[in-house]
Design a protein around this ligand. Sequence first.
Ligand code: 13P
Length: 230
Amino acid sequence: MKKLVLANLKMYFNITKDIQDYLNNLNDEKENFIAFPPIIYLEKFLNNGFTCGIQDISVHKEGAHTGEVSALSATDLGAKYVLLGHSEIRQKGESDELINKKIKTALNHNLKAILCVGENLEAYNQSQTKEIIKNQISKALKNIDEEIMISYEPVWAIGTGKTPTNNEIEDVVSYIKSLFNYKIKVLYGGSVSEKNIETLNQINNLDGFLIGYAATIPSSLRKIIEVAKK
Ligand code: 13P
């Protein structure tokens, strides 16, 4: 089954020339993945015909919020998706309650929300993964009935080169799916690369991948897309 490929480019690109090289390099793949570029380059990606989302949004509609980006400005520009609850933002103090409000804001502006959930290493070692995820999902989705996507991203797997086993991911994905009364799409993120994609792609109940660092290297992303298509 063909799986979705999402590229969370975080803050890896800082120079226009590098972005231009990236866009030129992946122009023939632009239909095959969804890019989450640094916000300052969003318009450039969209103008080049790439399907895009943003890495976060403000909970506020508008006003005196220095440095924040509104959902309306993102959709007005053409973004279709938003990542919410990413662990790199949770670690700076973002609460489940704030994530809940941001998801409502996103849905009100027709942005498709991808909620990131996942346990840290300590919780993983204590077999608390499902408990943590259930808690994150129930708080983040309180009073929300609209369909969203979930990305399972164990904190200890992000940027470390480590991943859970296929069986562990499959088990968590089926647990997440069991919490919903609609056919939710569940992605996996955390050290997905051109080296482990053949293995990870064998997880049958998985709907796609959310890729960080490897997505910044065109040849790696190309390989991941090729395998995820199978
Ligand atoms: P890495 O692929 O760099 O581990 O990052 C994953 C991630 O955080 C995607 O949102």
